[in-house]
Design a protein around this ligand. Structure first.
Ligand code: ZN
Length: 90
């Protein structure tokens, strides 16, 4: 069982959350077709630390970004969307 630290509610059981994929390229209005197509169809499937969107469906119902090691499942951190460095936040 994972204990996921929601940035709005604190640590909660993984059963309250849904995985929502990789963060979208931003801002959408300035993303070219090739970048958008790569986001939709070419999943990175990275081994190691990976930034991903999660939805706290059984709690605050908000979306946040979690950095998780895909090998160990260790959670390296969570963040509120829009608070990361410009250019790579959803
Ligand atoms: Zn929450």
């Amino acid at each position: 069982m994972l204990l996921i630290p929601c940035p709005f509610c604190g640590p909660r059981d993984e059963t309250e959350f849904h995985y929502r994929g990789e963060p979208r390229p931003r801002p959408p209005s300035s993303v070219d077709d090739a970048t958008w197509g790569a986001y939709l169809f070419d999943k990175s499937n990275e081994k190691g630390p990976h930034r991903e969107l999660w939805h706290h469906a059984g709690g605050c119902r908000r979306v946040f970004i979690m950095t998780r090691d895909t090998v160990t499942h260790r959670i390296l951190g969570t963040e509120v969307p829009g608070t990361h460095a410009a250019g790579d936040a959803p």
